[in-house]
Design a binder for this molecule. Structure first.
Ligand code: GDP
Length: 298
């Protein structure tokens, strides 16, 4: 069975053991396999091109080591590069020296922000924190309600505007929430913001205004792992709009092989910090670049 890319590459090169260096012909065959696998995994085309270009160069210039056959060697190069783009080590959350730590969430509507807010709170509690959720998505009529439900499931306090008080002004709600957090001794504040189905200048400006008002320690861009080829365009727009500090991949439990992860990491240079894999609060955790590389290569 040679279903996985690693297996296919290893098989292609089985007979080349002992060659001092890989030839261009050897490498080009491999690059075609890698390109196909990455496109199958929904990695954006420009990212595939840049990536395979680097692999080709490295594969041609490296001596084949005694311990690995040439196929395994290329697999190792591909794996190293993937892990490198995906951020190398798991990047940990940046906490404020003086609480509360402020984490702002941004992303398209439906990306999974509200769900993620609950999961993040649940996870922070398991790490010994006292998180608070802030409903600064006042765009969708049901968003505040939804955050309250999610907060209940996570066992976290939700700060939401009272009807008639601050309604329609998410910047004010976010700003006020910091005082509330201090008074109620919450050490982490998670601010949920509004998104639309497409990239929208007005909402991007609103997110940027919230960012300026609360000066967050982290701005997490939440992206649906199933988004495929659109990942690059969306990530670029949010990077420009809110200058996010890290990425969260949601819906990694779907069919997608997670190519969006690679596209976003390569194009923005920002680390992927968390992955969300289902509807339950527990289906969430820190992102591990090496495991994602395995998934893409498999
Ligand atoms: P928001 O508009 O960005 O706040 O997105 P929501 O949190 O409302 O999520 C949109 C939909 O995706 C909801 O139906 C969620 O239940 C679902 N969802 C969110 N995260 C995940 C996930 O990790 N896996 C799956 N399968 N569904 C998710």
């Amino acid at each position: 069975m040679f279903n996985s890319l690693s297996d296919r590459l290893t098989a292609t090169f089985k007979n080349l053991r002992g060659k001092g260096r890989l030839s261009e012909a050897d490498v080009d065959g491999t690059i075609r396999e890698i390109r196909r696998a990455l496109l199958d995994a929904d990695v954006a085309l420009p990212v595939v091109r840049a990536f395979t270009g680097r692999i080709r160069e490295r594969a041609l210039s490296e001596e084949v080591s005694g311990a690995l056959n040439p196929g395994q060697q290329v697999v190792k190069v591909v794996n190293d590069e993937l892990v490198g783009i995906l951020g190398g080590e798991t990047r940990r959350l940046n906490y404020a020296k003086r609480p509360p730590t402020v984490i702002m969430l941004a992303g398209l509507q439906g990306a999974g922000k509200t769900t993620l807010a609950g999961k993040l709170a649940y996870w922070l509690k398991s790490e010994g924190h006292r998180p608070m959720l802030v409903a600064a998505d006042l765009q969708r009529p049901n968003a505040v309600n939804q955050l309250e439900i999610v907060g209940e499931r996570a066992g976290a306090f939700v700060y939401a505007p009272e009807p008639g008080n601050g309604v329609g002004n998410p910047v004010q709600v976010a700003t006020d929430s910091l005082e509330v957090a201090k008074a109620k001794l919450h050490d982490v504040v998670i601010v949920d913001t509004a998104g639309r189905l497409g990239i929208d200048e007005e909402l991007m400006q609103q997110a940027a205004d919230i960012r300026s008002a609360v000066n967050p320690d982290e701005v997490l861009f939440v992206i649906d792992a199933m988004i495929g080829q659109d990942a690059v365009k969306t990530a670029e727009a949010f990077l420009e709009g809110v200058d996010f500090t890290g990425v969260v991949l949601s819906k990694l439990d779907g069919d997608s092989r997670g190519g969006a992860a690679l596209s976003v990491a390569e194009v923005t240079g920002k680390p992927i910090m968390f992955a969300s894999t289902g509807e339950s609060m527990k289906e969430f955790g820190q992102f591990h670049p090496d495991r994602m590389a395995d998934r893409i290569l498999d």
